[in-house]
Design a protein around this ligand. Structure first.
Ligand SMILES: [Zn+2]
Length: 360
């Protein structure tokens, strides 16, 4: 395989992954009982599903990079928003579309964790808006040079590769309709790339350590740090009266990015999540789900990933070799996004690091 062919293959894989995540957002049914529950209001970029009075879940099938899904909690006076968005343009589009469900201003934003697809739009909010995150989120964004580290590093590096691949496809495409579609995709990708290049990492303005409770009139909103896992500072947003949680990327309806995983602790933190009294989980990616057995299924997935990587490493394999050999297909019933053998290299590298960090 030439380097160019490898790049084209990589772009195709990335395109497939984007497609899978879109299909999941569009309503793929997993064993966890994911289902659509309320009326949907569709804006220019985002669609809002009503989950409870004043609680909406937003997804996007736009060509624009929009990152994670959001929960929008409308109170008597203002709006509490879960996650900021993947780019300033995505954040602005979200604020514009939110006007379809309320005329109240967004006053509070929580970053469920520090990754770019949840925090890059922090910079669009003025000083009147409080951005809240676990103290680790502020540390990560303020101190860790997140533009040059994963997962943003690869997302940014993929931009020119994807732009080139689309240009090549357009040059080769004879069908005018398909060519027009590709040209729209190219324009959207180029706009995303410009946004990515101008990003200004903006940390939360308010932090907490283990629990913070807010009241929006009669509504109670708890921000909970239940332990390390997907990163070292993930927040679970919990509405005890409505029995709703927003689990961010700690628990999605698809396998999460593991490049910052704290694996053993992740499984324990998911136990703590299951102990909360809730009937609806609105995750950072995927679709709402109602059945806690999906969390148990994800714990089994993590355990299996850890044991396979541990075993392959014992055999002397490099992270790259291990990433090709790991086979999570037996979890496909719970996570239909799994396409076959192989694992994301950054998760495998992180697991090698994690093994080195663990006390013996
Ligand atoms: Zn995410």
């Amino acid at each position: 395989m030439t380097a160019r062919m490898r790049i084209v293959a990589l772009v195709l894989v990335l395109a497939c992954l984007e497609m899978i995540s879109f299909q999941a957002r569009a309503g793929a049914q997993g064993a966890g009982g994911a289902r659509s529950s309320g009326p949907v209001i569709t804006g220019k970029v985002y669609a809002f599903e009503k989950i409870a009075d004043g609680v909406y879940y937003s997804t996007s099938s736009s060509l624009m990079a929009t990152g994670g899904n959001h929960t929008i909690i409308v109170g008597d006076r203002d709006v509490f928003l879960v996650d900021a968005g993947a780019t300033p343009a995505a954040g602005r589009a979200l604020l514009e579309d939110i006007k379809l469900i309320t005329d109240k201003p967004v006053q509070w934003v929580v970053n469920t964790h520090f990754h770019w697809d949840h925090t890059n739009a922090n910079s669009i909010f003025g000083p009147e808006v409080q951005i809240i995150g676990h103290e680790y989120v502020r540390h990560a964004i303020a101190d860790l040079d997140i533009i040059h580290r994963e997962p943003f590093k690869t997302a940014l590096a993929n931009m020119p590769i994807q732009v080139d691949a689309l240009k090549k496809q357009i040059a080769d495409e004879k069908d005018p309709a398909r060519r027009a579609t590709l040209e729209k995709q190219l324009a959207a990708k180029q706009a995303d790339w410009e946004e990515f290049k101008m990003l200004k990492p903006t940390p939360p303005t308010m932090t907490y350590t283990s629990k913070m409770t807010m009241f929006q009139g009669q509504r109670e909103i708890q921000l909970l740090f239940l332990g390390r896992g997907h990163t070292q500072g993930d927040t679970i947003v919990y509405l005890p009266k409505e029995r709703i949680v927003c689990s961010g990327d700690m628990m999605e309806t698809q396998p999460a990015y593991m490049g910052d995983g704290m694996f053993d602790e992740w499984i324990k933190t998911l136990d703590a999540l299951k102990e909360l009294d809730f009937v609806t989980d609105l995750p950072g990616h995927g679709v709402p789900f109602h059945d806690k057995s999906l969390i148990t299924a994800y714990q089994s997935y993590l355990k299996d990933f850890m044991s396979q990587v541990t075993e392959l490493r014992k055999q002397g394999l490099s992270p790259e070799e291990t990433a090709q050999k790991v086979d999570m297909s037996s979890h496909k019933g719970d996570f239909p996004q799994i396409q076959g053998p192989g694992a994301e290299i950054r998760g495998v590298r992180r697991m090698y690091e994690w093994m080195d960090e663990r006390p013996h």
